[in-house]
Design a protein around this ligand. Structure first.
Ligand code: SDX
Length: 425
């Protein structure tokens, strides 16, 4: 039976239906609020506003739960691969062996990028940030592969093409930025191993695939694969609601992810840890983070939804310890990160504000151990988040109730004002 909330406004009383999700979350359906009451709602930053219903990812911010299509991320990190998890997110179920084989063949067959795209990469200034390049070049894919229209098989081909090519595009921007020869994808390598080889293989030093590193990269990308209606996913859904191509919507998501408050935090965490290590400024950093007059935030801490430990951070930290031990690497920034975590979690400011380490706090240490340059950290996040963006975009496009996203506002500017000719000003 439908629940209702009662709203009393002026001399009138209104009933608004309550939507209940499969995990018991509840929302007031305000889709008829303005037509019934003349009122709209105001929720800066949308902290209290649901933009959609979704079957893809469930998060519980109080309990620190994250599930993709109902499967706990802990189980996927332990048993699945990034390719299989991508299939799960996009298609809503784990693939059979035949389906996974077919998916692998399509990913392999579509892993090259058009040779003419290299001219674009060559023309970017060498100091260009790889996230800006990636956002531009994903949008440019539309010019090289224009056939996405409405047919299901065309959309599936475009989805698979994008999932495959984003690795090649990311590695290409890295190689070209260093003036090195571009390494092509290989048919004999798995999704993650291919990316590592394209990044690090060289004519003078052939890259040796280390299965521990491949496993770590699979887990890294599984942990980043989706996160319900975060900033960049909301950008993909909103831009996609105008019925642009998938490439344009994903390009918008990449741009949103770049921000240091969002996906750019993984790069900002390493820069913060490096600054602490170089200047022994742990106390100063903590002090600045707590100073309300200072816009500085402790990078890698806090989350709009998680008010306890980010479940992904726990897995990332364990993987960090395992990988550094297997590779026999000691990273001084790991010691700084662990000390900073301990100090912050003993400080009432952070615990009172429910500020705990998030996915970005240790992820940079893992990427450093793999050999990824710091300015590519957020590109790594983008590659991981791509299947989630695609799944969310497809769900919105397939939703019969989906419409153009166009929020309202409360106007607080000047009331009617006459034009003043310039000679009278
Ligand atoms: C990601 O949404 C997602 O799911 C994102 C993500 C994903 O997978 O897509 O999980 C990936 O973006 C993780 C978050 C990465 N960003 C950072 O690590 C940057 C540092 N974190 C903060 O900027 C902040 O915690 C946010 C932006 C992540 C969330 O902030 P909110 O929810 O907007 O909260 P807020 O800024 O309103 O802060 C509430 C209070 C404030 O203090 P008061 O004014 O109430 O006294 O908490 C304080 C803030 O000053 N606060 C922090 C802080 N984060 C919040 N103080 C110091 N350091 C911080 N990191």
């Amino acid at each position: 039976m439908t629940e209702f909330v009662k709203l009393t406004y002026g001399d009138n009383e209104y009933e608004l239906p309550v939507i209940v999700g499969s995990e018991g979350e509840k929302a007031i359906d305000i889709s008829k609020l303005r037509s019934q009451t003349g009122l709209i709602t105001l929720d800066t930053g949308y902290a209290n506003t649901g933009s959609c219903t979704s079957n893809i990812t469930f998060m519980d911010g109080e309990k620190g739960i994250l599930r993709y299509r109902g499967i706990p991320v802990e189980q996927l990190a332990e048993h699945s691969s990034f390719k299989e998890t991508s299939y799960l997110l996009i298609n809503g179920k784990l693939p059979t062996q035949q389906e996974l084989t077919n998916f692998s063949v399509l990913l392999n067959d579509n892993s090259l990028v058009h040779e003419d795209m290299r001219d674009f990469y060559e023309k970017f200034p060498r100091s260009s940030h790889p996230m800006g390049i990636l956002s531009s070049m994903v949008n440019a894919l539309r010019s090289f592969y224009p056939e996405l229209q409405n047919l299901e098989e065309e959309i599936n081909m475009t989805v698979t093409r994008l999932l495959s090519k984003i690795r090649t595009m990311a590695a290409m921007s890295y190689k070209i930025s260093r003036g090195h020869r571009v390494v092509y994808p290989r048919a004999d390598l798995t999704y993650c191993a291919n990316f590592l080889n394209m990044m690090f293989d060289s004519p003078v030093k052939p890259y040796e695939i280390d299965e521990d590193v491949v496993k770590a990269l699979n887990v890294f990308w599984i942990l980043h694969a989706d996160h319900e209606q975060n900033c960049s996913t909301s950008a993909v859904r909103l831009v996609g609601s105008a019925r642009v191509t998938l490439y344009a919507a994903i390009s918008a998501g990449i741009a949103a992810l770049w921000g240091p408050l969002h996906g750019g935090a993984n790069q900002a965490v390493i820069e913060m840890l490096s600054e602490i290590a170089a200047n022994n400024s742990m106390a100063e950093i903590i002090k600045r983070a707590k100073d309300k007059s200072d816009p500085f935030r402790l990078m890698g801490f806090g989350h709009r939804v998680y008010k306890t430990f980010d479940p992904r951070m726990k897995i990332m930290k364990r993987m960090c310890d395992t990988l550094l031990q297997k590779l026999n690497i000691t990273d001084p920034l790991l010691d700084v990160a662990m000390e900073l975590e301990q100090i912050a979690l003993k400080d009432d400011y952070f615990t009172d504000h429910n500020l705990y380490p998030n996915v970005d706090f240790y992820s940079g240490i893992v990427l450093r151990a793999i050999g990824i340059p710091t300015n590519m950290f957020t590109v790594m996040f983008a590659i991981g988040r791509l299947p989630g963006w695609i799944a969310q975009w497809k769900e919105s496009q397939d939703d019969p109730n989906w419409k153009l996203c166009r929020p309202r506002q409360i106007y607080t500017g000047p009331q009617t004002t006459d034009y003043v000719p310039i000679e009278d000003r």
